[in-house]
Design a protein around this ligand. Structure first.
Ligand code: ADP
Ligand code: 5GP
Length: 192
């Protein structure tokens, strides 16, 4: 169902956890009312500032597994020991309603989307270094020490996949990274 959409309608943004992807995507959505975030389902518990239905659909493991059995996800993965999935119907509806759809998903999920939607543009956001990544995760202070270690370990594997993406943007200075991301996306949406 996503095989035939035009270039410039679906953008997949991935990054190791703590890089600043959510910060960048939130700014993008604020500045572009015609962009819509695909709100994923997850079994991860909400963080204090997160809202159900806005940041994620927070569900139990049995609800998630039932939905995956019913083929409700375009892709789903276990990331940092929780389930995360992209809801098929929501993405389809947002495309039909004329939005540019942004998927904020992990690197494996991104490569799955590439198969079902070859016109999707894949953007990898890279931290300046693993040390910076660790500092950002610690400064965000939303994960336990064990979860921070798990996210740092996974970061190495995620970085090794970045060459499969269409664009790599280094999030060193936030404003520079944002400008680069916005330029990259709008260069397609202006054409579309
Ligand atoms: P992600 O969604 O990739 O896990 P977040 O957007 O939650 O990452 O950012 C992780 C932390 O790093 C947040 O506290 C955020 O304010 C901070 N951050 C984001 N971008 C930068 C940057 N360019 N320089 C310094 N800190 C940043
Ligand atoms: P967080 O728990 O920090 O919000 O997200 C952890 C990781 O899961 C991030 O890399 C995020 O992009 C990814 N993620 C969020 N939603 C989805 C999804 O629907 N599918 C996949 N594959 N990954 C997701």
């Amino acid at each position: 169902m996503l095989e035939h959409i035009e270039l410039g309608r679906v953008f997949v943004i991935s990054a190791p956890s703590g890089t600043g992807k959510t910060t960048l995507v939130k700014k993008l959505l604020k500045n572009h009312p015609n962009f819509k975030l695909s709100v994923s389902w997850t079994t991860r518990p909400p963080r204090p500032d997160e809202m159900d239905g806005r940041d994620y659909h927070f569900v139990s493991q049995s609800e998630f597994l039932e939905a995956s059995k019913n083929n409700n996800f375009l892709e789903f993965e276990i990331v940092h020991r929780y389930y995360y999935g992209t809801p098929r119907q929501d993405v389809k509806k947002n495309i039909q309603d004329g939005y540019t759809v942004i998927l904020d998903i992990d690197t494996k999920g991104a490569l799955t989307i590439r198969k079902s939607c070859p016109q999707a543009i894949l953007i990898f956001i890279q931290p300046p270094s693993i040390e910076d990544l660790e500092n950002r995760l610690r400064q965000r202070a939303t994960e336990s020490e064990q979860d921070i270690k798990r996210r740092l370990q996974n970061a190495h594997q995620e970085m090794s996949i970045k060459s499969k993406f269409d664009y790599v943007i280094i999030n060193n200075k936030l404003d520079h990274a944002y400008d680069e991301l916005e330029r990259c996306i709008t260069s397609y949406t202006k054409r579309a």
